[in-house]
Structure formats: C-alpha cells, structure tokens
Ligand binder design. Structure first.
Ligand code: HAS
Length: 550
C-alpha cells in the first residue's frame, strides 16, 4: 500500500520556507558551538587556540544566533503561516520572497566571512568606536533590507486577502505577521540610518570620527524592538497555534489582536532603557522611556492571562476539577506542546528580570554585568527558542511531506529537558555572578582575589556545565531537524491552526485601520526621541559637532 504524501503548503512554497529553515538551523549549529567555546573559555579551565579570540567567537555567537538564525526562522515561519491561512501567494509574491531570501543570504555570507577573517570583531551590538571592515556593515545592511522585502510581501498578501474577502475576518496569523513586520520595519530604520549614514562612511575612511552616543542611541532605538521581533512570532504560536495542539480554541481573537497593537505602539520608544547609565541623555527622557517600558509589559501580562485562560478552559472541558486540576489534563507527552510550554514557564522569571532591568536604580546594579546575559538567555534563548523548536517539530515534516514520528517526539521531549536543565544551570549562575559584579562580554572574569569575586570561579564552571548540556541539546535538535527534513517516513503532518470560538464577535473594524496605528506609533517615537536626539546632536563633543551624523 502506498503512503499518501501531503504537504501542508504547495510544493513551491514548501521549498521557499524550507530554504529559510536550512539557513536557520545551520546558524544554530555555528552559533551554539561558538557559545560552548565561550563558556569553556570563561571557566578559566580552557584556552582557545591562539588564532581565535574570545571576542571573535562572541561576535559569531551574537550575530549568527541573534540576527541570522532568528530572522531566517521568523520570516520562514511567518511566510508559512500567512500562506496557510490566507490561501497562498501568487507568483509575484513568491518571487519577491525569494529575492528577499537571496539578498539576506548574500548579506549573511559577507558578514560571516568578515567575522571569520577577524575583520569584524565588534560584538553583535557593533558599538562604535569598535570598527569593522566595511563589508561587514554592508552585509548586515543587506540582511535588513532583504527582510524589508519579505515585509512588503506580507503586507501585500494581507491587503489582497481583505480585497478578495470584503467584510470577512482576516486570518489572525496573517494579522499578527503584518504587525510584526510593521514594527520591524519602523524599528530597523534606526539601525539602517546609523549603518548607512555613520558607520559605513567612517569605516571607508571618508570621515575621521563618529558621534558615538548618536550611533548607540540609533542602535538601541532598533535594539529593543529587535527583541520583540523575536518574541512576537513566539506569541503568534502561543495565541493561534497552541490552542489547536491542546485541542481547544483561541481564547479571544480580539484580545490577541489588541495585544499585538499595544506591542506595536510601545515596543519602539523604549530604547533608552538600555542606556540608563549613559551620560549625555537627559534623565527626564530616560524616565519617560522607563515609563513606556513598564507600559510594554502590559501586553505580555495580557498574554499570560490569555494563555492561562486557554489552558484552563481546555482542562475543564476535559473534566478537570479544582483550582489547578486543568494542569494534569494538558498533553505533557506531546513535544509540540511541551517545548513551547516550558518556554512559557521560563518567561515568568525572564520577564520579571526584564522589569528589574528596566527599574532605574536596580539597573545601576546589574548593567553591564553578566546578569543581563542571564536575562536574555531566559527570554530569547529559552522562551523564544523552545517555542521555535516546538514549531519546527510539526512545520518541517508538514513542509517536506513526512511524518512526525513517536521516536522523534520522544527525542524532542529529551531535547526540551536538556535545554531546560542546561539553561537553568547556566542562566542561574549568570544571574548570580552578575549580582556579585562580574562583567559581561569579557574573557577576563576570573577571581580577582577579593571577597566579592571569590565566588566567581565556581559560577563560571557552572556556566560551562550548563553550556555543555545546551550544546548536547543543540545536537539533539539538529538530529531531529535532519530526520524530519530528509529521513522520516513519507506521509503527512498537520499544520495546526486554532479556530476562533464561534460565539466570539467580529474584531472591531478599527483594528485594521493601519494609517491610525502607524500614525500613533510614529507619534510615540517622535515624542520619545525628538528632543533627546536634537540634544545629542547639538551637544556632541568636539569632532562630532553640528547636525552631521558623524
Ligand atoms: Fe530584555 C536587556 C527589559 C523582555 C532580550 N533584553 C536585554 C538584552 C536582550 C533582551 C537580548 O530595561 C540585552 C541586550 C544587550 O546585549 O545589551 N526585557 C526588558 C523588559 C522586558 C524584556 C521590561 N528582553 C525581553 C524579551 C527578550 C529580551 C522578551 C527577548 C526575546 N531587557 C530589559 C532591559 C535591558 C534588557 C532594561 C537592559 C539591561 C541593561 O542594563 O543592559 C519585558 O517585555 C518582559 C515582560 C514579560 C513578562 C512575562 C509574561 C509571562 C508570560 C508567560 C506566561 C506563562 C504561562 C505558563 C501561561 C511580564 C507571557 C504558566 C503555566 C503554569 C502552570 C504556571
């Protein structure tokens, strides 16, 4: 008897999305290997060969995982989700998505070669006055510009759906993809301006100086929404796919849309919370942006509420009793649920850490310590990554026309446990060591012979132990990926998309009023940034004076 091979998307689109996935998972391998080397070097028990520097592998780790893996995975996933829920792309849209892929890939190759040649050891925040080869900056600019093309594909497809289906509710996943890309495009203008207007002319030697504070400010204008660009696709999964996996319905379609609107409005004008200790920015504007940071916590609280409601409603439907009886009814043995759920659990301490970071006085304690590294390994490297892994378990076989087998499911549960254990050890020791004052981004974080630093050594060894477990987790993930892409038995795997409760009213029309939301977003950005930027430019130190960007 022959098996029916059925892909969740047409073959042309499956190939497109898979191309993004290959780059994402190759990046996982390169970036996570660099991560292991970093923790080993920091343990003080292992020395890198003389031709590689700690800062070079830190750059590889940050750029390849923070920019390449995330951007390729996110765009591939969002294209798949939009195609699945809107009825697919036309030829022009597909061509544009391929163009976007090749432009980004060219940029990645350019940047990677420069990093490997040790010509771009500037870490992933590429703070001036650290200077890289101009090809590195051009490469990164291409990654950003390439991603904009996908953004236009997503906007175009959403608009086409509305035109072809007047009065109908737009698919939630498509709506969320539009908001994510709007936020990304508005935010990445900041990094594009600093790279094209400041860093490239400076790296080419056309100008002999750079306005450092301006470049850092433009970077962080982009840097915070960058982390939301990672988070929003995870939220897409939590809101619109997770309910289907547990057999339930979307708790509230309108609440999910409203959460995304709030995230669009408030995730950009908050970059100063990364610069709270920096001189040259008026404390009043730091204070305003700290308030806006606390506001952007609200949609995440709404998400937590919505998720609890989804889980509880499903548990009660299955007969759960008592306050927490529903917990037992969740499908713990299904890695498609288990991996993202563990990601959610980690987001509770991760989010709490974020609120600590944003609180001005406490920021003075943790800023530039390895606490911050601990924070983003909980949020980005666990909540977001475990959700992405959870997506891969069904997305990859559904695209390749293969089965998600019980054996791979067992391996995926093991992967999640390894990741959770490794990250708990590594991230806890990072947080603790950070509180003792250990710096981040430094190979020299060893015991300095005084009481404060006495405990550093043991925490660094714990970090290396956690990092090694994570490395094994990464290898297990790659085994699952390769199996699902090339070797799993032919067949079909479901692309799970949750349904809206029939009783729920249509979302308010104003949610699709894009000029309004874009206008409000820009107004908030102008409010939070205009005066401080004028200040930074006008009061720049000698050599960086005037309205010139450098
Ligand atoms: Fe952050 C630094 C503040 C969220 C990533 N952050 C970073 C850096 C990165 C990063 C990469 O204010 C370092 C950048 C660098 O290299 O310098 N962060 C915040 C705040 C939040 C936050 C207020 N960060 C994130 C997310 C990230 C991320 C998300 C990646 C994805 N962060 C900061 C600040 C700094 C910073 C300062 C600068 C520090 C410095 O001085 O350098 C908030 O958005 C967090 C809100 C989240 C919550 C949690 C909600 C919980 C949910 C899960 C529910 C669970 C369920 C399951 C339902 C309030 C939704 C439970 C079931 C049961 C049965 C129990």
């Amino acid at each position: 008897m022959s098996t029916v091979v059925k892909r969740s998307l047409p073959k042309s689109e499956s190939k497109l999305v898979m191309a993004y996935m290959y780059v994402a998972f190759i990046s996982l391998f390169i970036g996570a290997t660099a991560g292991l080397l970093q923790t080993l070097e920091r343990s003080g028990k292992f020395t890198l060969p003389s031709f590689i520097s700690y800062y070079q592998i830190l750059t590889v780790h940050g750029v390849i995982l923070g920019l390449v893996l995330t951007t390729f995975f996110i765009l591939g996933f969002m294209l798949s989700a939009q195609s699945k829920t809107t009825g697919g792309y036309n030829k022009t849209e597909r061509r544009l998505a391929w163009t976007s892929f090749y432009v980004m890939l060219t940029g990645v190759i350019m940047a990677t070669v420069m990093i490997l040649m040790n010509e771009a050891t500037v870490l992933y925040t590429f703070y001036a006055p650290l200077q890289a080869h101009v090809i590195f900056y051009i490469g990164l600019a291409l990654v950003i510009v390439g991603s904009w093309i996908d953004g236009f594909v997503i906007f175009k497809r959403h608009a086409r759906f509305r035109k072809e289906n007047p009065g109908e509710r737009t698919p939630l996943l498509s709506y969320m993809a539009v908001i994510t890309m709007l936020m990304w495009q508005i935010a990445s203008i900041g990094v594009a301006v600093t790279v094209v207007g400041q860093t490239i002319p400076w790296a080419l030697g056309w100008v002999d100086g750079i306005n450092v504070l301006l470049s850092r400010t433009l970077f962080w204008y982009f840097g915070h929404p960058l982390v939301y660009f990672w988070l929003l696709p995870a939220y897409m999964m939590w809101y619109a796919i997770m309910p289907k996996i547990i057999g339930g319905k979307i708790f509230s379609d309108s609440l999910a849309r409203f959460t995304f609107i709030l995230l669009l409005l408030f995730s950009i004008p908050v970059g100063f919370h990364h610069q709270l200790t920096e001189p040259g920015i008026d404390p009043f504007w730091k204070y305003i942006q700290v308030i806006l940071t606390m506001v952007v916590v609200v949609p995440s609280m709404m998400t937590a509420f919505s998720l609890f409601a989804t889980f509880e409603a499903r548990g009660r439907e299955l007969g759960a009793k008592g306050l927490f009886g529903w917990v037992k009814k969740l499908p713990w043995k299904d890695a498609r649920f288990f991996a993202p759920f563990v990601g959610m659990l980690f987001f509770i301490p991760g989010g709490a850490g974020g609120i600590i970071n944003a609180s001005n006085q406490m920021n003075q304690v943790i800023h530039n310590t390895i606490w911050v590294t601990g924070h983003f390994h909980l949020t980005a490297a666990t909540s977001v990554m475990l959700t992405f892994f959870g997506i891969a378990y069904w997305l990859i076989p559904s695209l390749t026309g293969r089965q998600y087998t019980p054996a791979m499911n067992r391996l995926a549960i093991l992967q999640t446990v390894l990741w959770a254990v490794g990250m708990t050890i590594m991230s806890t020791s990072m947080h603790w060591q950070g509180l003792l004052g250990a710096p981040r981004r430094s190979a020299y974080s060893e015991y300095l012979g005084n009481a404060d630093t006495a405990a550093w050594g043991s925490y660094q060894i714990a970090q290396a132990v956690g990092g090694s477990i994570l490395f094994i987790g990464m290898i297990v993930m790659l085994v699952i990926f390769i199996n699902l892409a090339f070797f799993a038995p032919k067949g079909s795997t479901e692309y799970p998309v949750a349904k809206v409760n029939k009783l729920e009213a249509q979302p308010p029309k104003v949610f699709e009023n894009w000029p309004l939301w874009i206008g409000l977003t820009l107004a908030l950005v102008l409010f939070a940034y205009t005066i401080p930027l004028i200040d930074i430019i006008q009061n720049a130190p000698p050599g960086a004076k005037g309205f010139k960007l450098w």
